[in-house]
Design a binder for this molecule. Sequence first.
Ligand SMILES: [Zn+2]
Length: 259
Amino acid sequence: MILTVLGCDGSYPGPGGAGSGYLVECGPDVLWVDTGPGTLGALQTHRSLSDLTAVVITHEHPDHRSDIDGLAVAIRFGPFADHERIPVFAPAGVRESCYFAEWDVFDWRTVAGGDSRGLGQVRLSFSRTDHGPETLAVRLDGDGACIGYSADSGPGWSLAALGPDIDLAVCEATWPAEHEGNGGHMSGRQAGASAREAEVGELLLTHRAPWAPPDVVAAEAAAAFGRQVHQAMPGARYRVAERRAVPLTSPFESPAGRR
Ligand SMILES: [Zn+2]
């Protein structure tokens, strides 16, 4: 299973950045997980939109959702008009928050915490987090590997709620520890503690606020996790396998690059 960071800025895109979005590739299964602003464009530097087999949207906040409307336009009017309706897994309320919600271009599938769905070779399992609107963390199991993605959450939820044996946790770490208590989000320290509690293989920090100092957030996360952490960057790719996430620094090392 390969994870590509499309965008990773917390709550709004910083200069040249993008909101939350990830590409997960597992054999023939190509998933766009969170459709934040700027991630539709980034997605197309890695895969054709016609390759998409599913979309997952964790909650209705615009920094995780807004580009789904761009995909709706591409499917309805673009070169993919004959594409089958793409399944979109999302909690209640997400569809209604989309501008083109009434267009018949997606196969909307409402999910809730505790739900599990099979999709090709991938199994999706959802857990409701500690955030504003209904927000679902998602566990993706496929090809013997597991990714656990926190979506947005405050410290009232833990990665452990996604179950054991997570090889790579992609966890929000919005700000330094001095901002803990602002609500709805975790600091790097809290993300590290959550990853340690869940005994994950490796930790990728994401959703950092554009104003937050990256080195401070990462250092506090590593201290709490007890090991090195990765910091999400747009375009970063990881091959996820047993207890490991190997960075794929060159596109020529990745399956997408060999196509
Ligand atoms: Zn949010």
